[in-house]
Design a protein around this ligand. Sequence first.
Ligand SMILES: Cc1cc2nc3c(=O)[nH]c(=O)nc-3n(C[C@H](O)[C@H](O)[C@H](O)COP(=O)(O)OP(=O)(O)OC[C@H]3O[C@@H](n4cnc5c(N)ncnc54)[C@H](O)[C@@H]3O)c2cc1C
Ligand code: SF4
Length: 339
Amino acid sequence: MPKHVIVIGAGPAGLETSANLAKLGIAVTLVEKEESTGGHVKQWHALFPALLPGTEALDAIRKGMPENVRVQNKTTVTGIEAVNNYFTVSGHNGWQEKADAIVFATGFQLFDARRKEEYGYGIYENVITSADLEEMFATGKSLVNRHGNKPERIGFVHCVGSRDEKVNNLHCSKVCCITAVKQAIEVKQMLPEAEVFCFYMDLRMFGRHYEELYKEAQEKYNIQFIRGRLSESAEDQDGNIVLKVEDTLLGKPLRIKAGLLVLMVGMEPLAGTKSLADKLGLTKVPDGFIQPADEVLQSNFTELPGVFVAGACSGPKSVSDTLADARSAALAVAGFLKL
Ligand SMILES: Cc1cc2nc3c(=O)[nH]c(=O)nc-3n(C[C@H](O)[C@H](O)[C@H](O)COP(=O)(O)OP(=O)(O)OC[C@H]3O[C@@H](n4cnc5c(N)ncnc54)[C@H](O)[C@@H]3O)c2cc1C
Ligand code: SF4
């Protein structure tokens, strides 16, 4: 009997894990709750650092998907049971299958910016999130705020819902500093006359070419990076957003009026992943992200034999890190199945 693996989640991690498992002769069922595959990358107009369109990246990942990968879409996995040497996985719609191993590739959820009420998302129309801005870029139309005006000043706020004890998220989401740099450049390309400010706690440019892009943002596009924390925003009668910021380098309070405020929302563990992990008896889920058996040496294994992790369900990752992690997960599964 060929071995059968169930991969939960068909974002970049699930797609890449499945393709690599299938190339090793393993039958794969890739279960996805949405109608189509691609995960969050479907929503990203252009990916940092080289502005590769999200759709092109997904086409490349999906291209040549082996036939022994069966996609079970519109199915949310709600139950997993370990029975003897196999797993029974079930969906909300009555779907059920058995597998020799399972891979969590369930990704993340976006932080709900409404939880930072003081920033005004969901209250003031011209406060949007980085995900909303990607959607605006994707329309290809000129950039106007929700009042139909070209904003003369645009502010980006880093670390929204990340590194924040008040919302119970201590982790750094890793991708939002570079996303802010990328989006600020895109805004300047569309509106060269606009003033663009990024308000940050620290700048984390960990990846290759990120630092260069940050330098370009300052030198070529004159984007202003201010080390400071937004305390609150308010709306004036023209729909502009008035920001109260503490410049933590100069030790001075600032008041800045912006036509558009963009909140860099972070990556949070998906609520459903935690409940699946609980059902399975995984105990290493400290902050909601699944913790690998060993962060350094066994990053795709969990404490339970036959249960693996790939991609952002074990912590924030860029797409390139996710794909590398997924390929490594496929090898870990093949090793476990002794292929
Ligand atoms: C605002 C923002 C912008 C970003 N921009 C970039 C960028 O420009 N470049 C870059 O490299 N990275 C970017 N990223 C990071 C990128 O989105 C992630 O690296 C990538 O999405 C991780 O892939 P994943 O497959 O692990 O998770 P996801 O993309 O979250 O995919 C997980 C999939 O699992 C499915 N799923 C979850 N639970 C279940 C379940 N119980 N049953 C069935 N299916 C389930 C979901 O529906 C989803 O399709 C950005 C992130 C954010 C927050
Ligand atoms: S990547 Fe930057 S914006 Fe995102 S949480 Fe980390 S420090 Fe904050």
